[in-house]
Design a protein around this ligand. Sequence first.
Ligand code: KIV
Ligand code: NA
Length: 267
Amino acid sequence: PIRQVTPVDIRARKGATPIVCLTAYTTPVARLVDAECDLVLVGDSVGMVLHGLPSTLGVTMEMMILHGQAVARGVNHALMVVDMPFGSYEEGPEQAFRNAARLMAETGAGAVKLEGGVAMADTVRFLTARSIPVMAHVGLTPQAINTLGGYKVQGRGADADRVLADARAVAEAGAFSVVLEKVPADLADRVTAEVAIPTIGIGASAGCDGQVLVVDDMLGLFTDFKPKFAKRYAELGRDAGAAIAAYAEEVRARRFPAAEHVFGEDA
Ligand code: KIV
Ligand code: NA
């Protein structure tokens, strides 16, 4: 039997070989990600990339549970982490515990992720002390789009100290790793050097202890907009569009179905 990666394993990879992470939201994609990655994140990006929402703010506990259950059916080896959706943890540690425990119990995830640094440190400490491993997320935190004023690079110039303090706070509070999103590469390297837990970069630096991307971005399936950091490793959206166009043309020309797709009396 395959031994599943644990948050303790991820924590121990600080400064070692890079931790490979991708998001997944469905069983078939989870199987593909599980075959190559250490960690599969059921990100609240699901709201934007699969449900067409304009931001992650409308994502619900029910959506995270349904997609978490689908992903769990495709994961054998990687650590599965589920995002806590906007509004499910910010009120305080007890609300956060109630919803984190529900996410883990109903999906089988090994950890949760939540956004925030200094402001969430008490919550991270509360959850960790009660057996819920927490992945933190600092820098650009998409659930804070309305207070940040857009999906901007965080931590430039004098703002670097804020991002560093956020990463320090969640590390000291017991997070087993921290996502560092859309910050200058030099700052990502500095955070990686100064905090004791693995940094997982997205739009950060190759010097982070690991990397994560939204799987639909890197596969070219989500093309509404393309962040600079979202390297396209495939163009599946383009390929799917061409496949659908070919099907439409063949149906209209009565070239599909062909002989091999229809039934006779025997075959
Ligand atoms: O929701 C998500 O996909 C994320 C990753 C980009 C880190 O939080
Ligand atoms: Na997220």
